[in-house]
Ligand binder design. Structure first.
Ligand code: SF4
Length: 472
């Protein structure tokens, strides 16, 4: 029995089809979307799902064409789960987001199904087991001009380079990709016009898209084939390299959304996002305003937002940068800062002892009442409150030790000092010293010298306060 998507759709007051997410777990991604990550990763339907259908670093990798991708066991078995109206276990991120009342990637996919004709086209693809690309998430490499403290080797070539050149052995916490200095794969999906002619949406991330020539090539192909007018383009940039050559390639789209990655301003920004210079970034942001004035006659064609990673690095100086960042957001014509709770567990707010979190809250309280009213500020406050509320336990002390182990290495190589950003780190280090920091640093060093393939596993044991390690 085939899956009938119309069974789960109704018409809204504007006559548009709406999917009932509560009554069905179906996700259309396998029939209309593709995520591509170069530098030895592969193809999958979206960024949230676990695993890749094709990994280009396998001993005998299959050529990552759409047809081959569609035939893989991964794609066929996951599709079947959705056709049986069930979530697959690899989709737990979407399940979690929807459970928390947030927009999941699955929900975002339905934004490209705008008319009843689109519904019928999708049904046709389902019935014929075909993939027609409506949305492409394109990340051709990890090439980046920055090595931000909370970033990782899959997204920054400079992090890989720094690790290898200085023998930092950071693979213990960041995985084997710390030694993956692969070039972008010599496979370029977008050279194939047939595959991209139905695109409605393109998302570009890096690395840093403005320094990757494959991104330029893709944007050029879209212009050359006169496809831009059908496409909503989204890209995320660190704003260090916005220039005329890049801007020229943003013209003619149905809509362009720029997301700027900014986790502070001034010295906080520079400490986190090595080797960026805030003044240059600020100048580039002002350049974006000029670009918009020149090309956005309707004031609706270009939108922007800011992504801000909330971590132990930027929250003690909130009173220095937060209001400025909000002013910048509004002058850019944006309305929202997306507050991203740091996913590196050793840099997240909850590794801090209570006295430090209370200092952080004092800092937050110094913000003006007007800025505290914004929805994104409320999200920020909820992150601090949540960390304060949580129990502080031994696991968190071990994460704090890991934070110092990692950050001291970066400070030594980059000739920076954490306490210059926030003197409270003197007291936090004293606290850690009284809670086995020196012993922990020795243990972490001995783990990094242990059996290569077991480092990560042993770090996990360390986090559970294991003190003795035997390496095979
Ligand atoms: S349910 Fe979510 S994670 Fe799974 S394929 Fe769809 S968008 Fe991706």
């Amino acid at each position: 029995m085939s899956f009938n998507i119309r069974d789960y759709m109704h018409e809204d007051s504007a006559g548009q089809p709406k999917f009932d997410f509560k009554s069905s777990s179906f996700c259309p991604a396998f029939w209309m979307a593709l995520y591509y990550k170069g530098n030895n990763q592969g193809l999958k339907p979206c960024c949230s799902i676990d695993g890749y259908a094709t990994r280009t670093d396998q001993d005998n990798p299959i050529e990552p064409t759409v047809e081959n991708y569609n035939r893989t066991e991964y794609v066929q078995s996951l599709k079947q789960t959705f056709l049986n109206n069930k979530f697959h276990k690899n989709c737990h991120t979407c399940v979690r987001d929807e459970r928390h009342g947030q927009q999941s990637d699955r929900m975002a996919m339905f934004e490209w199904i705008k008319t009843w004709d689109d519904v019928d086209r999708l049904q046709n693809l389902i019935d014929n087991d075909k993939l027609e690309l409506w949305h492409l998430d394109y990340r051709p490499s990890n090439l980046c001009n920055l090595k931000c403290r909370m970033c990782d080797p899959v997204n920054s070539s400079l992090i890989v380079k720094e690790n290898m050149q200085n023998d930092l052995k950071l693979d213990m916490i960041m995985g084997d990709n710390m030694y993956n200095d692969a070039q972008p794969n010599d496979w370029d999906y977008v050279k194939d016009f047939e595959s991209i002619k139905n695109l409605k949406s393109v998302k570009v991330l890096g690395g840093e898209p403005t320094v990757e020539k494959k991104v330029f090539a893709m944007l050029d192909l879209i212009q050359e084939k006169d496809l831009a007018k059908n496409i909503n383009l989204q890209y995320t940039t660190n704003a260090t390299n916005l220039n005329k050559k890049f801007y020229e390639r943003l013209i003619g789209y149905n809509h362009v959304n720029t997301t700027f990655s900014l986790d502070g301003t001034g010295r906080t920004y520079e400490y986190i996002r090595t080797p960026a210079k805030w003044n240059n970034v600020h100048q580039n942001l002002m350049g974006y305003i000029d670009f918009r004035k020149e090309h956005d006659k309707t004031t609706r064609q270009y939108g922007c937002s800011i992504n801000c990673v909330i971590s132990v690095y930027n929250m003690f100086t909130l009173d220095e940068w937060y209001e400025e960042l909000n002013e910048i957001l509004f002058s850019l014509g944006g309305r929202r800062i997306t507050m991203i709770y740091c996913t590196n567990e050793w840099q997240a707010l909850d590794i801090l002892p209570k006295f430090a979190l209370h200092k952080m809250k004092d800092n937050f309280n110094k913000l003006s009442e007007s800025v505290k009213q914004y929805d994104h500020t409320k999200v920020l406050e909820s992150y601090i409150n949540r960390a304060i509320k949580e129990d502080y336990n031994l696991d968190k002390q071990r994460l704090l030790s890991t934070f110092f182990w990692h950050n001291d290495k970066l400070d030594a190589v980059r000739k920076t000092k954490l306490v210059d950003i926030a003197p409270v780190f003197h007291e936090i280090k004293d606290y850690a010293d009284n809670n086995l920091l020196q012993e922990d640093l020795q243990l972490l060093t001995s783990i990094t010298e242990g059996n290569k393939n077991r480092k990560w596993k042993n770090w996990k044991k360390f986090l559970q306060n294991e003190r003795v390690f035997e390496y095979e």
